[in-house]
Design a protein around this ligand. Structure first.
Ligand code: IPE
Ligand code: IPE
Ligand code: MG
Length: 225
């Protein structure tokens, strides 16, 4: 099973408390750990978390820097936990616009966890599904290899497959350029909870909701993914 999460609502969570937006991102980063551990326990094969979209570069410089710093710190601080929980890390997206120290932290974390065989945790950073699809379409090759080409242009490990469940927190009901190709038959779940307030408990409820749905993939009988 492949679950994707658009972790939205950090800024509004902070505003509600009279805090600066980066405080929301910090609180959001703490929730990531809880959800990753729950996903590993639940036997989910792939978890893709939308951390920073290619359109997020439009935000004020100070907020972008705060998010990037947080990402680098988070990668370093979570690495021992990933190893302990057999979690393999993979950062998908464009790397050329990221600061070299962040790129080094990404490469280090990916190398260090390359032998982990439990949950595959993918963080989408400077990620744009449209840009990825357009880039993959430029690469020559047989059409049936499109998934592999799409993986290659975003530094993704091959074979992650389609998204089964897409969760978006924060109350908006849109995809914001996240995994458009892979979401063709994804089950969508929107919650008004701001990401820093999301919890393992709500995550488990989302998984239970998913298990209760009929997926037909264009046919007439329900079948599993
Ligand atoms: C999601 O929260 C995190 C990122 C986009 C990096 P937001 O920062 O978008 O929070 P809201 O939507 O403004 O509340
Ligand atoms: C999507 O959230 C990106 C991430 C959660 C990383 P945004 O907050 O950037 O999306 P819009 O602008 O509301 O569509
Ligand atoms: Mg938002």
């Amino acid at each position: 099973m492949h679950v994707g999460i658009i972790m939205d609502g950090n800024g509004r969570w902070a505003a509600k408390r009279g805090l600066p937006r980066p405080a929301g991102h910090r609180a959001g980063a703490a929730v990531v750990r809880e959800i990753v551990e729950e996903a590993a326990r639940s036997g989910i094969r792939v978890l893709t978390l939308y951390a920073f979209s290619s359109d997020n570069w439009r935000r004020p410089r100070a907020e972008v820097s705060a998010i990037m710093r947080l990402l680098r710190r988070h990668l370093a601080s979570e690495l021992p936990r990933c190893l302990a929980n057999d979690v393999r890390l993979n950062v998908i997206g464009t790397r050329s616009r990221l600061d070299p120290p962040l790129v080094r932290a990404i490469e280090h974390a990916e190398r260090a966890t390359a032998g982990c065989r439990g949950l595959l945790l993918r963080l989408a950073v400077d990620y744009s599904a449209r840009r990825a699809i357009a880039a993959a379409a430029q690469v020559a090759g047989p059409q049936d290899a499109f998934d592999q080409r799409l993986a290659a242009v975003t530094h993704a490990l091959p074979g992650c497959g389609d998204l089964d469940l897409l969760i978006r927190t924060g109350g908006e009901r849109r995809l914001s350029d996240f995994l458009l190709w892979e979401s063709a038959y994804a089950e969508l779940l929107f919650t008004a909870t701001y990401w820093p307030d999301f919890s393992a408990r709500e995550f488990c409820a989302a998984l239970a909701d998913f298990r209760g749905r009929d997926r037909r993939f264009g046919g007439i009988e329900a079948r599993s993914a």
